[in-house]
Design a binder for this molecule. Structure first.
Ligand SMILES: CC(C)(COP(=O)(O)OP(=O)(O)OC[C@H]1O[C@@H](n2cnc3c(N)ncnc32)[C@H](O)[C@@H]1OP(=O)(O)O)[C@@H](O)C(=O)NCCC(=O)NCCS
Length: 243
């Protein structure tokens, strides 16, 4: 059954509080194949360490988002490379621990409302030091994958056997959204992904032309920032790939 909402305006967003504990536990057990320990529920409903939001309709919780803002140095090993090395260890990142919406209310913008609330919080002038938002998702969770891609997250890493669910190991992806000027690390492919090199090699093509226009729009500043490093990395790449 799907409930038609013309009522996204009636949905309210508020922080979770300790009295939500039982409802949150019930919803998470319904949505997620992972069993969280009781202490986790205690913490996400009471600790200021977590940014925990509820979307409510007529005072009932119909959606949840739990995130944590931490320094880059506190990321797990598999996530430690999400930011370019130009960002020091004190740079902040936000990790989405969970997001879910009651089944009958899905595809009505509630997940987006929760995610957008987190992003608004993270992009205020006081939180400009937070450079990326990231999360993990089962590779088989196509609804969530499509949701994150629609919200402009990019797949960062494939994580084989990342999840242990009922004694079985399942693959995961990490997804990242860069905010407040955050940037991914450089790889050998990096020079080919960036505007300066697309312009160098693609001006004559439609794609190159489009990128050039975007560059013009974004201004000389972006070009200047990328150009020297791209050219250098491109030369290094040529040297090693061409022998
Ligand atoms: C992922 C989830 C939170 C999305 O919440 P939602 O309220 O349905 O999301 P929205 O309505 O804001 O969707 C925004 C866009 O995401 C995409 N999207 C969301 N669900 C989708 C689905 N099932 N299939 C395809 N695209 C989907 C669509 O582009 C959608 O826009 P549209 O409806 O205008 O086409 C929800 O599906 C959910 O609770 N899933 C179960 C829990 C879960 O797996 N959480 C993620 C753990 S990592």
């Amino acid at each position: 059954m799907t409930i038609k909402l013309g009522l996204i305006n009636d949905v309210q967003v508020r922080f979770l509080c300790p009295t939500d504990l039982d409802e949150v536990k019930r919803l998470c057990r319904e949505w997620f194949p992972i069993e969280y320990p009781d202490v986790w529920y205690d913490e996400i409903t009471s600790s200021s360490r977590f940014f925990s939001l509820a979307a409510t309709l007529n005072k009932s919780i119909i959606g949840l988002l739990v995130a944590e803002v931490k320094t880059k140095s506190l990321c797990n090993k598999e996530d430690s490379g999400i930011l370019s090395f130009t960002f020091n260890d004190d740079t902040l990142v936000a990790y989405i621990l969970s997001i879910g919406v009651v089944k009958v209310y899905r595809r009505h913008g509630i997940g987006s409302l929760l995610l957008d609330s987190l992003l608004s919080y993270l992009t205020t002038p006081e939180r400009q030091n937070c450079k990326a938002v990231y999360l993990h998702v089962l590779t088989t969770n196509s609804a969530a994958v499509q949701f994150y891609e629609r919200k402009h997250f990019s797949q960062f890493r494939y994580l084989p056997l990342y999840y242990a669910i009922n004694g079985t190991h399942k693959d995961g992806f990490s997804y990242v959204l860069y905010i407040n000027g955050g940037e991914p690390p450089w790889t050998l492919a990096y020079p080919f992904k960036t505007p300066a090199v697309h312009v160098l090699f693609g001006l004559g093509s439609r794609k190159g032309g489009r990128i050039f226009l975007v560059l013009l729009e974004n201004g000389r500043k972006a070009l200047a920032r990328h150009f020297s490093s791209n050219l250098y990395l491109f030369l290094v790449y040529c040297r090693y790939s061409l022998g």
